[in-house]
Design a protein. Sequence first.
Length: 530
Amino acid sequence: MLKVLVSDPISDLGIQQLMDADDVTVDKNTGLSEDELVQIIGDYDALLVRSQTRVTERILAAGKKLKVVGRAGVGVDNIDLKAATQRGIIVINAPDGNTITTCEHTFAMMMALARHIPQAYAQTIVGTWDRKSFLGVELRNKTLGVLGMGRIGSEVAKRAKAFGMNILGYDPFLTEERAEKLGIKLASVNEIIRNADFMTVHTPLTPETKHMIARPQFEAMKKGMRIINCARGGVIDELALVEAINEGIVAGAAFDVFESEPPAQDHPFLSHPKIIVTPHLGASTVEAQENVAIDVSEQVLHILRDEPFKNAVNMPPVPSNVMTQLQPYFSLGEKLGSFAAQVTNQAVREIHVDYAGDLSSVDTQPLTRYILKGVLSRHLGSDVNIVNSVHLAKTRDIHLVVSQAPATKGFTNLITVTLKTQSGEEQRVAGTLLAGYGERIVQLNQFPVDVAPEAHFLLISHNDKPGIIGRVGTLLGENGVNIASMQVGRKIVGGEAIMILTVDKAVPKDVLVQLVGLPELNTAQEIVLN
Ligand SMILES: NC(=O)C1=CN([C@@H]2O[C@H](COP(=O)(O)OP(=O)(O)OC[C@H]3O[C@@H](n4cnc5c(N)ncnc54)[C@H](O)[C@@H]3O)[C@@H](O)[C@H]2O)C=CC1
Ligand SMILES: O=C(O)CCC(=O)C(=O)O
């Protein structure tokens, strides 16, 4: 039974499909400390979190069975991605489900800021009828600067237009063309700082965005600007902002997020009359919490069941049509990698993967990960998977060369894996997916073969002499090893030849020794494909 731990409050409706799955048990255990999580995580195959649980290296290290960490939301800054990648743990998020909700919260904050709603409410409920202190401003005809024009930033811009605002947008990926389509003006950060009446940030927190609005930006800022942050604490320097408000540069600020959450009791934002705050509520609506939980549960189930999945944060994104095209090749690719690694007797220095035919015009990166997994698992075992296979190859200085070509030597698709060692040894194995027949290994070094990749192979190199096939068959029969299929390959009559046998079970070591003792037989090796 697969076990999933939900360690933050996540919508029950959203995780219903996980709870309904016959092969999964779900434990909800929220508010655990790091130590408590370290204690129990070893039992679980998947961990589901929101933003409260900090998924640290210690927790990941203790998660011996952990295959996936699912983040019900966008930001994954509470998860140690590097440690997860090194351990081959897939991290997925739910990037779309809370876009509108967070955009609407940004608007709620902008309007509350423009009209002093929280401050006025606080006075009104204690009996102070003060209609003078809370003079607001309209949004209409004001300039809104949006830093970060991704999912949320773009939705904010759309709605701001409906309020009659002029929008200046900055994003390293925003083109003039897209800005025009969105009906906004592409601007630099400096132009936004100098011209905006309201500014809202919608970037992740990265080394580049950390304190992107700090003292120098406040010094250059248009007087009276109002600032909203519903993205990540730290994009705006909090102390510099308080200074800028006190100096009259900034008219007010609305923050949903903090550099450290929850903020300390004496955090200057909490007592400042011109700063309004919410406790990271951007994504907190019934709809968004259901959406993100459904999205992430669905992907976690796929991952636990070894099915294709999307939204992996520590793997490059792959469009679903590409994934559908590649998926039938994953198992073949891994077997070819594993086969090649088992016939290579020295440390691999280079892995060449050549894709041909149908595979020549598709992004084959995910398939390459399976091939690398196959190659590396010979020595690294279950520590290697498709998340860390590229990383592990790099850390071992193994050079990967991938090529794609339309020609296929007669096959509609062909994958050739060549392993090169430091001493110049080269082992090549090629395979194809035959319509109606499935996976086939079609080349082994210089020998053309045609064999289905089964669990147990015997690979024999011999001289092409009469009688050898019979002698091998007799010896295996006498030792209770049943032959399922046999293929013989040779380049020239009477020359060097290979025999590939599929057998029904593992071949005992002493039988391999006896095989090598047969006349005209050079080597005998067992290959196991899982
Ligand atoms: N308050 C809350 O509860 C929530 C907060 N968020 C946060 O909101 C932020 C935005 O989320 P999405 O729009 O979904 O992400 P997104 O990935 O769609 O957009 C982020 C954009 O920021 C841009 N960007 C990166 N570096 C930049 C820079 N130096 N200057 C300007 N733009 C830069 C990126 O190019 C990207 O287009 C994220 O930090 C996310 O974690 C998201 C959901 C809820
Ligand atoms: O789970 C939450 O409420 C936080 C949402 C968030 O910040 C995100 O999705 O990036």
